[in-house]
Design a binder for this molecule. Sequence first.
Ligand SMILES: Cc1ncc(C[n+]2csc(CCOP(=O)(O)OP(=O)(O)O)c2C)c(N)n1
Ligand SMILES: [Mg+2]
Length: 370
Amino acid sequence: MPAQKSAPPKTASPARPSDLLTKEEHLELLKHLYLARYFDVRLIKEKRRGRLTGTLYSSHNQEAILAGTLYALKSTDWISPIHRDMPAFFMKDLRGKWGQDDRIAMTVEEVCSQVWGRSGSPGRARDNWSHIGSKSGHIIHSTSMLAGTIPVAAGLAYANKLDGGDAVVVTYNGEGSTAQGVFHEAINFAAVHKLPVITIIENNQWAYGTPTHLEYPLEDFARRADGYGIPGWVADGQDVFDVYDKMVAAVEYARTGAGPSIIECKTFRAYGHGDHDDDRAARYRPTDDVNKGRERDPIAVCKRILVEKGMMTQAEAAQYAAEGKGAPQTKDEDFPPEVVEYLKRGVEYAIKSPLPDAAEGAMWVFRETN
Ligand SMILES: Cc1ncc(C[n+]2csc(CCOP(=O)(O)OP(=O)(O)O)c2C)c(N)n1
Ligand SMILES: [Mg+2]
């Protein structure tokens, strides 16, 4: 074989979608991480202060999954969040629309009212958490049945496709839910009909008290995609830009009619399954594993990348130090003031709102009249 005379032409590596974001958009993504984190921290503190009741399902340490995926969507796209995704309800459509309440799916007031079980909430005190949705805001009403959200998403995507729409439907699912039969049935259906359904697997290493090695025999849950002949991406769930890049690819794939896909986002559940499980989780999860799992805080990862890209100075990165702290150690000063103000609006609105009238108890309950 003749020796190669000249070096092969240098091909520039293709730009990652996140490299095409402006500096403002990079900084906005960091703000979304702070917002999701502050929601979590604030609710935990409110509950400890006795100003809030009900179970909290923390998304601490998993914020980059919500921020990165939502940032790649249009407001006409649909999402189907579940228990671990509470900030998604007020973060959908937030890209470039901070403070424009009439242009986002759900306001922080509505979401906080839901958490406080007040009359202005969609669920009107029947529940304090994620069993809500918004038809106009394109959020599928959440159910508790985990992967049971995927057939609903597939049906919606099918209807939208028949109507000639270009909406993408995104479901958020824990890795544990991928072991349910309905996960297989729904994704198989979506694959056969080439439906624009994107399934985000939030692999936080635990399903309640069950570790991943007792849920699935392989390392990457994204490999479940192979059985349906659809793409399965693995994203670093701590890196909002990597999540965004994989999401842009999945959205493009879905939007062009190619069909469904799966993105597994590797992360780690910071607390117990819900706060009722915190004490027990401290016994079933070795402390070293928890510390290691929480080592790469998504806020810190994002800041490091912003500094590397020259979009933030070290001093600016150090200004609000929310990363690496649990809720009790975190102060308001660890967050940008506009983030604290934004959430404060929701919390104060909820606390001041009345409880629903007791007579409402029977509302929405089916009753035979004859
Ligand atoms: C069909 C069904 N089985 C069991 C439950 C009870 N349950 C609620 S969340 C959960 C664990 C889910 O784990 P995973 O899917 O990994 O999500 P994570 O909580 O880790 O985000 C279980 C067992 C349920 N809600 N629905
Ligand atoms: Mg899990």
